[in-house]
Ligand binder design. Structure first.
Ligand SMILES: Cc1cc2nc3c(=O)[nH]c(=O)nc-3n(C[C@H](O)[C@H](O)[C@H](O)COP(=O)(O)OP(=O)(O)OC[C@H]3O[C@@H](n4cnc5c(N)ncnc54)[C@H](O)[C@@H]3O)c2cc1C
Length: 392
């Protein structure tokens, strides 16, 4: 792979909207990605393997629980710092960002928000340091966009719960020590349970043959009469709103992350357009190539503004789920379109692992599908502005 020469575009001087702390956090993440992710990521993606050696570095830049209070081992940062960390990691690879998103927003967040003090003390410091990795089981083989239809369930056996069912498409599942699992009780109410590797009847087969997020491990969660201790139930929030609260936090991080992937594709294509000569001049001198680059930087700038504003609203506790949906949908769509255009600008070289663009493009096919598909987020916006539910 080519050396990482990334230079972040900032067409509207958005750095002026960031605090010194934001810039410090962002720059530390950027340097780490250049040093520890870029040189190895293409090889791991080609091999379809998660690079476990980067876990310590992810913890070091505060990627595990950026906004979780320091008393629980988190970085205690605000929402814009959290977003900037996700942006920088996904600039390197969406699969690596997925690992961090799951750990922070889908595992640490529910334990922090919905768990007991004992659960927080037991799990959060180990998850923040990367000593333990976690996964989040919501999607099932027959229930993806409609998670409320889930059939995974548990029964109260007096001194423990008995968990049965299966989850599918679960990021980090093959190596996670801890799984936050959403299941229905005997009344059909959804609750979160913390399931640990090693519990009898719990297995996590890996999902193979992915063309996307190849550097992220994906698997199933199978529960065959798993005895879950009663103290592993997350007591403080129930119903579908509980997992959806986690998804708000993760989707917000994805909105930032997608900008990182888009910036990397734009920056690579811009540099290539100045170096690659055809018909006696750099291809960047042709109007058709300039149209692509001009539209890319325009879309990146709009996404940066949208996301920065969303970060301010999140810091103030005012961002709605529908606003987060809009940013996730817009920014991932923006990034995948830029990846496709940028790949064309590199001609044949664009399909190789010499450059990051094709990997970003394939990764974004998962990002546009998970955490609510592109169409589902459109329906959320449609519902929000009309008050009419078009889901069913
Ligand atoms: C790589 C990867 C990692 C993932 N990681 C996780 C994870 O860690 N944890 C987890 O729980 N899940 C995870 N997922 C699952 C992901 O969230 C689901 O794939 C996603 O929610 C879509 O569900 P589905 O694949 O079952 O598609 P379906 O729900 O079957 O949707 C198929 C198509 O139908 C459309 N559709 C569905 N309902 C409607 C409707 N009402 N109106 C119009 N169109 C509709 C969808 O938009 C989509 O285009 C992951 C997925 C992938 C690919």
């Amino acid at each position: 792979m080519k050396p990482d020469l990334f230079q972040a575009p900032d067409y509207y001087n958005l750095d002026e909207l960031l605090t010194d702390e934001h810039k410090l956090v962002r720059d530390a993440a950027r340097e780490w990605v250049k040093r520890d992710v870029s040189p190895i990521i293409e090889e791991y993606a080609q091999r379809a393997e998660f690079p476990e050696q980067i876990i310590e570095g992810l913890a070091g830049i505060g990627a595990f629980g950026p906004y979780i209070p320091e008393e629980y081992g988190g970085a205690g940062l605000d929402q814009i710092s959290y977003g900037l960390i996700m942006q920088e990691i996904e600039r390197g690879d969406s699969g690596v960002r997925s690992t961090a998103s799951v750990q922070s927003s889908l595992v640490m967040y529910p334990i922090w928000k919905y768990g007991t003090e004992e659960q927080r003390q037991k799990y959060l410091p180990k998850l923040a340091s990367g000593e333990w990795m976690g996964c989040f089981g919501l999607t099932e083989p027959d229930h993806g966009s409609n998670p409320g239809g889930m059939t995974t369930n548990y029964k109260d056996m007096g001194d423990h719960y008995l968990l049965n069912g299966a989850k599918m498409w679960i990021s980090n599942a093959p190596f996670a020590q801890v799984a936050v699992v959403w299941a229905k009780n005997e009344e059909g109410r959804i609750h979160g349970l913390i399931v640990e590797r090693g519990m009898e009847g719990f297995s996590t087969p890996e999902t193979h043959n992915k063309w996307s997020l190849r550097a992220s491990a994906t698997g199933e969660l199978i529960f065959d009469n798993v005895k879950v201790p009663k103290e592993n139930l997350l007591p403080n929030k129930t119903g579908l709103g509980a997992p959806l609260g986690c998804l708000d936090s993760a989707r917000y991080g994805i909105a930032w992350g997608a900008i990182g992937a888009a910036m990397d594709c734009y920056d690579t294509a811009l540099r290539y357009s100045k170096e690659r000569t055809q018909f006696g001049k750099p291809i960047g001198g042709f109007q058709l190539q300039q149209k692509k680059l001009a539209e890319m930087i325009t879309e990146i700038t709009k996404a940066q503004l949208l996301t920065w504003r969303l970060g301010v609203l999140r810091n103030e506790g005012k961002a709605t789920s529908a606003q987060i949906s809009m940013a996730k949908r817009n920014n991932v769509d923006m990034a995948i379109n830029i990846a496709r255009e940028a790949r064309q600008m590199l001609g044949g070289m664009g399909i190789t692992g010499e450059y990051s663009i094709m990997r970003h493009m394939m990764n974004l096919e998962s990002v546009i599908t998970y955490e609510g598909t592109h169409d589902i987020h459109l329906l959320i916006t449609g519902f929000d502005v009309t008050g009419l539910n078009a889901f069913k």
